[in-house]
Design a protein around this ligand. Structure first.
Ligand SMILES: Nc1ncnc2c1ncn2[C@@H]1O[C@H](COP(=O)(O)OP(=O)(O)OP(=O)(O)O)[C@@H](O)[C@H]1O
Ligand SMILES: [Mg+2]
Ligand SMILES: [Zn+2]
Length: 528
């Protein structure tokens, strides 16, 4: 009979369990010192080895040679536990036995000594499904268990286990299995099964599981059923609905080129090749997440689940963007992903999302712009980004101490701006950035320059305000020039002239004007 790979290769010893080192070591030490607890909670993501480890621990405890770290695997107890037929290892699926009657039954059962073996082990799978009353019934037993009883609660949702129970158990959290370990495990299984799979195909399968060994092995089953004993990356990809890096890289290239036309072509190609656009949007978000991580942590980082070659390629691409750009693209791609979940017009939404990314453009940080000016002939205004940006040194005037640069009113502006960006409402965020914001009489008053007034969408602002303040506030928008020094009384003319001459002669100020242009409207002496 055909047995699915995940079951066929369920680890039988701690050594076979990949990745969960902290769990294995602690349990092995406990067994070696004969310090067996009466209650264990194994928690963590699905398919990472919780039930597997519970069964291995049961074997360790009940093997004739035991308690031992290395169950023999051949005694009656070991064999029965593997087959799921041991009288003294009782597995309860709490998804279907979650009520008080089942727990009462269990309570009765616990009182009797083991039929043959050392311990009576209760493995309660999906333990978070147990009802509250049933937990209460169980609590009595876990509080004062007979010497032979051991409970192992497996769950993906620890927070649903009542504290009264959790505090009487030792808790182990299982991590998502990392990419390298998962790839190695799949490669090993392929070898055992006589399957030839190239490195890229293995990587695709490992990625498909997102940290769950079971999910990756299910994908492997599917790939073998479809492709036979030779797995090629392209076939596996199309089978699992993942995308080659090509189409994703076309998106980042279009962003570099600022090409809206190219974006539309990407979508068109996807449609013509019958790709699922929802899938694509998910992969796109993952892609930008990886670029952002590569930008921050470099190509050698463990934080990206991809082969070394792929990680370094990501780092190369990421280097062409700023961290801020990639953060915005990730946000925008998550928005597209969310929109596509419910969309009846996925194509339109995808197009819209990708065009928004192009429009969001790339920002040049002030430091980069100023640094770029250093070399002869570099144009600072909005175009070419500086190739090797180095931060300018502030030798002339010390930077303001953190916290002092935001007066109360502009703090509203900053918060609104950040929140709107988070929400992907970039146009309104832009408008806010150019506005003055004052809180007075419980309402927010905005003074917005005419050219930004259209972008001040009340719905967007209300949404952001609600997020920040936790409640709606009245808002009022006046069109006018933000930043004009309405309050400061003008200093005597002569003094003002001298002040402005001095300020305009300052080399930093000159550099700033060269880069950003514009006019100087007001000068204030901060020392006064
Ligand atoms: N850490 C691991 N090392 C090796 N194989 C693993 C590991 N975790 C899971 N597997 C494989 O995945 C299958 C399922 O694992 P297991 O039942 O232990 O997952 P689980 O964590 O209990 O998941 P769930 O929360 O869905 O019950 C196993 O049969 C095994 O093939
Ligand atoms: Mg399980
Ligand atoms: Zn044994």
């Amino acid at each position: 009979m055909y047995q699915v790979i995940a079951r066929k290769y369920r680890p039988q010893t701690f050594a076979d369990v990949v990745n969960q080192e902290h769990v294995k070591t602690t349990l092995e030490n406990a067994i070696a010192q004969n310090r067996i607890a009466h209650g264990y909670i194994f928690s963590g993501q699905r398919g990472t080895g919780k039930t597997t480890v519970a069964r291995i621990l049961a074997r360790c405890l009940n093997c004739v040679q035991g308690p031992t770290n290395k169950p023999c695997g051949v005694c009656a107890s070991c064999l029965e536990i593997t087959a799921g037929g041991s009288l003294d290892v009782i597995e309860i699926d709490a998804a279907s036995n979650r009520g008080i009657n089942e727990m009462r039954e269990l309570r009765e059962n616990v009182r009797f000594q083991p039929a043959r073996d050392r311990y009576k082990v209760f493995i309660i799978d999906e333990a978070h499904q147990i009802t509250n009353e049933a937990f209460n019934a169980l609590l009595k037993t876990i509080e004062e268990p007979p010497a032979w009883a051991v409970f192992m609660l497996c769950t993906t949702e620890t927070h649903k286990i009542p504290a009264t129970i959790a505090s009487r158990c030792q808790q182990f959290s299982f991590r998502a299995v990392d990419f390298e370990a998962l790839t190695a495990r799949i490669a090993w299984i392929c070898e055992q099964e006589g399957i030839k799979a190239d490195a890229e195909a293995l990587a695709v399968l490992a990625q498909a599981g997102e940290g769950s060994v079971r999910d990756s092995l299910s994908a492997l089953d599917q790939a073998i059923a479809c492709c036979g004993d030779t797995l090629a990356a392209a076939e596996v990809r199309s089978l699992l609905g993942t995308f080659s890096l090509d189409s994703l890289q076309q998106v980042s290239q279009a962003l570099l080129d600022g090409s809206s036309a190219r974006m539309l072509e990407v979508v068109d190609e996807l449609e013509r090749n019958g790709h699922n656009l929802q899938h694509f949007s998910r992969e796109l978000a993952r892609y930008f997440r990886n670029l952002l991580v590569a930008r921050i942590a470099g190509g050698d980082t463990r934080l990206i689940a991809a082969s070394a070659a792929e990680r370094h390629r990501a780092a190369e691409i990421a280097a062409q963007f700023s961290e801020e750009d990639l953060t915005r693209y990730l946000q925008l791609s998550l928005d597209v992903f969310r929109d596509l979940q419910f969309s009846l017009q996925p194509r339109f939404h995808l197009e819209l999302g990708l065009l928004r990314m192009v429009q969001a453009g790339r920002l040049v940080s002030i430091e980069e712009a100023l640094a770029g000016l250093g070399g002869e002939g570099a144009s600072g205004r909005g175009g070419e980004r500086a190739k090797n940006p180095s931060p300018i040194t502030h030798n002339a005037s010390p930077a303001p101490a953190p916290g002092t640069q935001h007066s109360a009113p502009s703090s509203w502006r900053d918060k609104l701006h950040a929140t709107l960006m988070e929400l992907g409402l970039t146009f309104t965020a832009d408008a806010i950035e150019h506005s003055e914001v004052v809180e007075a009489n419980g309402e927010l008053q905005f003074t917005t320059p005419r050219e930004f007034s259209l972008a001040m969408k009340p719905d967007d602002i209300n949404q952001a305000v609600k997020r920040i303040a936790g409640k709606p506030m009245k808002i009022k928008v006046t069109i006018g020039n933000a930043g004009a020094p309405a309050k400061a009384a003008p200093p005597p003319a002569a003094q003002a002239n001298e002040l402005s001459e001095r300020a305009l002669a300052n080399p930093e100020v000159q550099r700033f004007r060269d880069v950003f242009g514009g006019e100087v409207r007001a000068i204030r002496n901060l020392k006064e």
